[in-house]
Design a protein around this ligand. Structure first.
Ligand code: NAP
Length: 301
């Protein structure tokens, strides 16, 4: 009988994924206890860090399978140098992340969470909120999630604009840079991939351009935002509020963000039963295709 293929996860896998892998592969958790010379696949979430030093310890590695779509922790050049494949769970979570982005936005504008806290504390008279309909919407990054946010936000919007590395064939207006996007938006959604080019893209200048009535919604990655600059802008009333699913140093969330004009979410973009089930199925599909000699459906070229 052929021995099972050895795969490695650097940290424990979610309960939605682990059982599906256990029946098909010899799954090892943690580098130290794994048969490193035999490991052919590395599996982990979007936060997994994969660099050349790690790859050097895994001489038989053939594929990195991400349980998610963000792969900013993976050194793609180091993978390419060894001919190692990279696969993600594209298309499994897009709608869920976009739904959460809209929910965070409306919660900030209409003070839904702050008002809930007030009512639970016996309160009733609360400050007026801002009208969501008729706001100018800006989206940074018009990939799968950015487009899904745009489709949901468009019916609310007086104007819908976006920026990305290149213009897209969409009905929304492209602007060339993030500062212009912020200046012409009341609500700025972040949906761009993290990386060297987008690190701290939202800095004090972009927040100043967004302005005192502006709301920031981040469902992409904490690294896109200079979090200290965001905290200062909120504290000084230089922007109106923020809806945040992602943070600079998760799971640490600074107490300075515990504010009524900020809605906080513990990186829950893909955290629905449906998305997590689809993500697990696609991780398995990516691995099965690879080891069957086929092209994994979520392969990144
Ligand atoms: P995607 O389809 O690959 O889209 C990424 C977008 O980022 C593209 O529009 C790309 O522009 C843009 N981009 C990349 N570098 C840029 C730059 N330097 N300047 C401007 N735009 C840039 O990815 P997706 O599926 O939409 O996911 C987007 C991100 O969401 C992921 O990378 C991940 O970090 C995050 N995410 C978060 C959660 C959560 O739980 N909150 C869940 C899933 C994903 P071009 O098209 O012009 O190249």
């Amino acid at each position: 009988m052929t021995p099972p293929i050895d795969i490695l996860a650097l940290s424990p896998l979610p309960d939605t994924l682990a059982p599906s892998l256990a029946g098909r592969y010899a799954t090892h958790i943690g580098l130290d206890d794994a048969p490193r010379d035999r490991v052919r696949a590395l599996v982990g979430g979007g936060a997994m860090q994969v660099d050349a030093a790690l790859l050097a310890r895994l001489p038989a590695l053939e594929i990195v399978a991400i349980h998610g779509v963000g792969h900013d922790g993976v050194d793609q050049a180091a993978l390419a140098a060894r001919g190692i494949r990279l696969a993600i769970t594209a298309g499994t979570l897009t709608e869920d992340v976009a739904d959460l982005a809209i929910g965070l936005w409306l919660a900030v504008e209409r003070r839904i969470v702050a008002n809930d806290r007030a009512v639970r504390g016996g309160g009733w008279d609360v400050p007026l909120a801002r009208r969501a309909t008729g706001r100018r919407i800006g989206i940074f990054g018009l990939g799968a999630i950015g487009r899904a946010i745009a489709a949901r936000a468009a019916p609310f919007a007086a104007d819908l604009i976006y920026t990305a590395r290149s213009p897209k064939d969409v009905p929304w207006r492209f602007v060339a840079d993030l500062t212009t996007l912020a200046a012409e938006s009341d609500v700025l959604f972040l949906a761009a991939a993290a990386g060297r080019e987008t690190h701290h893209a939202v800095d004090a200048a972009v927040l100043a351009a967004l302005g005192r009535q502006g709301v920031l919604v981040n469902v992409a990655r904490g690294a896109l935002v200079d979090q200290d600059a965001l905290i200062a802008a909120l504290a000084e009333g230089r922007i109106a509020g923020a809806g945040l699913d992602v943070f600079a140093d998760e799971p640490t969330v600074p107490a300075a963000l515990h504010r009524d004009d900020v809605v906080l979410s513990p990186h829950q973009g893909s955290a629905t039963v449906a998305a997590r089930s689809a993500m697990a199925a696609m991780v398995v599909a990516n691995l099965d295709a690879h080891f069957a000699g086929d092209r994994p459906p979520g392969l990144i070229d």
